[in-house]
Design a protein around this ligand. Structure first.
Ligand SMILES: Nc1ncnc2c1ncn2[C@@H]1O[C@H](COP(=O)(O)OP(=O)(O)O)[C@@H](O)[C@H]1O
Ligand SMILES: [Mg+2]
Ligand SMILES: [Zn+2]
Length: 398
């Protein structure tokens, strides 16, 4: 009856189920087929994109009896069978052929010595022992050096997989002895698809745009997406809604600033309506949204408009069709140079806002300023460069 979080329950156990990292799984499968395995690998990439998952499948594959004993299976399927004793040990978490070592909390030279001792002994069962060293960039230089020797002359049964979110922090002496694999951010569509099949398996009904919102919020990390889904499901169960989980519900739960608010800003600019703009500012402030977040999203919004203007297509805008249509309309309302100016101004404001106290006041003024900046219709030069002593004074000395 114990509840298992989605991220663990749906961790892929075969190469084929690892989404969006085919460039890596294919290479690993090829080297398995050819029997050309290295002793050191670096798996780098954002959190929650499949590094640990791929390392575990890899460890399982190199020890799978069927893969070892059945050449045809090895050539044609190249997946851990999931049925032999070794695979079952892996699946139940009792295999001794895999060790996971968290370098973030065990990063001293002594820790590495212990690991090195451990590495000398071969596996009792199976062929390889795989050591996954997570967050390897956290090791001290001394610890790296202590490890170098092992990596130079590894025992034949040892495979090291170094996982890191910060590739640049790994010394060249280590990196040059390893095969390097860069895990990609997972595209929104793939995340959405995965969430959708999880919901189906769990018998939970969720609207597509709600899943897309979860995907966007997770910014390319499958684990983040799955954790948010857990939260959404728990929240919805509590509220015992019949029917499906909606975009509105998710947006509310995540305190998500909706696209509507973004379009309200560009509408206010297009209509040159300070009153409308102040409404948006009030909405943000009263609902307790973070002003910095809002500006961040607004910059992304303007970026989307620019993209549509430059490509004359909305294909790079990751939104539903209805929202894309609104982008198409907005793109026609402004000139690219005007949008660029707004973006530059907002980037600047974002920086300044960090050091300000009268936050909300500054925030309102920044939004109002956008109306002034827009020169799309008049063709007149923007007022960005024109000094405005009066307003400046107001800003620093309210
Ligand atoms: N590429 C992927 N395909 C499918 N699920 C994934 C993928 N990447 C991550 N996940 C999900 O996220 C969870 C965490 O992934 P993990 O491999 O531990 O990430 P990390 O890259 O941080 O090591 C997994 O249990 C799995 O459910
Ligand atoms: Mg990991
Ligand atoms: Zn097997």
């Amino acid at each position: 009856m114990s509840y298992q979080v989605i991220a663990r329950k749906y961790r892929p156990v075969r190469f084929a189920d690892i989404t969006a990292q085919e460039h890596i799984t294919r290479t690993i499968q090829n080297s398995l087929r050819m029997g050309r395995l290295g002793h050191g690998y670096i798996f780098s990439g954002l959190r929650g994109v499949g590094k640990t998952t791929a390392a575990r499948v890899f460890a399982k594959a190199v020890n799978c009896r069927k893969m070892i004993e059945d050449p045809e299976y090895l050539q044609q399927v190249t997946e851990p069978c999931g049925e032999c004793e070794s695979c079952r040990d892996f699946d139940s978490g009792t295999s001794l052929n895999i060790s996971e070592f968290d370098a973030a909390s065990n990063n001293s030279v002594d820790d590495i010595r212990t690991l090195r001792e451990n590495v000398r002994y071969g596996p009792q069962k199976g062929k390889y022992r795989v050591y996954i060293i997570d967050e390897v960039h956290m090791l001290s230089i001394a610890a790296f050096n202590a490890f170098l020797k092992t990596l130079e002359e590894p025992p034949p049964h040892a495979i090291f997989i170094f996982a890191t979110t910060e590739l640049h922090k790994i010394p060249a002496t280590i990196a040059s002895r390893c095969q390097r694999f860069n895990f990609k951010r997972i595209p929104l569509q793939d995340i959405q698809k995965q969430l959708s099949s999880i919901c189906q398996a769990e018998g939970i009904r969720v609207d597509d745009d709600a899943l897309q919102l979860i995907g966007r919020k997770s910014q390319g990390s499958m684990r983040d997406a799955q954790s948010i889904l857990d939260q959404v499901i728990a929240f919805s169960a509590e509220n015992a809604h019949e029917g499906s989980i909606t975009y509105r519900g998710v947006a509310e739960l995540l305190n998500y600033i909706d696209d509507d608010q973004m379009f309200a800003v560009t509408d206010a600019v297009a209509e040159r309506s300070p009153a409308k703009m102040l409404d948006v500012a009030q909405f943000v402030i009263q609902n307790g949204y973070d002003e910095q977040d809002f500006l961040e999203k607004l910059i992304e919004h303007l970026r989307n408009i620019l993209v549509v203007q430059n490509l004359s297509s909305t294909r790079l805008v990751e939104r539903s069709d209805a929202v894309r249509e609104r982008y198409r309309q907005d793109a026609a309302k402004f000139t690219p140079s005007s949008i660029m100016q707004m973006v530059e101004f907002l980037l600047q404001t974002q920086k300044e806002l960090k050091f300000q106290f009268e936050y909300q006041f500054r925030f309102e003024l920044a939004l109002l300023k956008l109306i002034e900046l827009d020169s799309s219709r008049s063709g007149e030069p923007s007022s960005l460069q024109v000094p405005q002593p009066q307003k400046k004074k107001l800003l620093t000395n309210p």
